[in-house]
Design a protein around this ligand. Sequence first.
Ligand code: SF4
Length: 317
Amino acid sequence: MIAFGPVPSRRLGRSLGVNNIPAKHCTYSCMYCQVGRTHGTEIERRAFRARDAVVAAVARKLGECRARGEPVDYITLVPDGEPTLEIDLGGMMRELRHLHVPLAVITNGSLLGRQDVRADLAEASLVSVKIDTAEERTWRRLNRPHASLHLAEILEGLRDFATSYRGVLLTETMLVAGVNDADADIDATVTFLAELSPARAYLAIPTRPPADRAVRPPTRTVLTRAVQRLARVLPRLALLTEDEAGPFAQTGDPIDDLLAILAIHPMREEAARAYLAASTIGAEGLDALLAAGSVMRCRYRDRTFVRRARPTPHGPE
Ligand code: SF4
């Protein structure tokens, strides 16, 4: 499904999500990725989905939302991969702007060293970039980038973008225990984030099943210390330490809607059951999806989640 949601988001309100590229084409293979490992990172920009098909799918979904009185605060390009790999990103966004809803892009920022990517992202009303670390070694371990990428070039591109961008720039930093939560690492991250002066800097910890099962959130003590260090120089700091709240919208077929959400956003099992219970399908619809193999259970930190089960284009996960 190209368009899904709207999904409640602390950063974006009610966000109509757009999968502008298929799963899972990414420049990174982050340890904590909630949509699984990247089987073969890539950096070549190319055409993934036809602009017309994406715009038509989003317009249709938006029409359904409006017919049901569902508010949409942002149309957000948030595929389960890296949206800037799409070579037609700028043209696609110029067309989407005709729908008169602010556009947001959630990017890992890895291609911001390129001028064409910075120009494309300038079309968005809001850009959220991932900056987990400013240390090369930590970055390679945590984000597991394509071998041709270099952190120094990315950080330089981010500086350029932050200087010229006229929209709302957000940053998101995921802290993983024993990987990027040491004081020295956090100090380097803080120094870089302060240079960008984002409208808001978000600090997140893993709350959903990660690609690497060894991933753990920092202890409360470490997290508190990190918050203190960040808050000293970043007055607009916010924490994303809990699951994003609020009911997921139902805009059409509840099963299609749920599967589209689960493809990118694992949900706690009870939340998925509640979602279907509020529809004509009923909570037991989840049992049918589990039995059919369309969704699968996974455990993370003593909680049971459900996620979309599907082969990746690069082979089995
Ligand atoms: S978390 Fe984002 S950037 Fe990292 S591998 Fe997953 S999709 Fe790519």
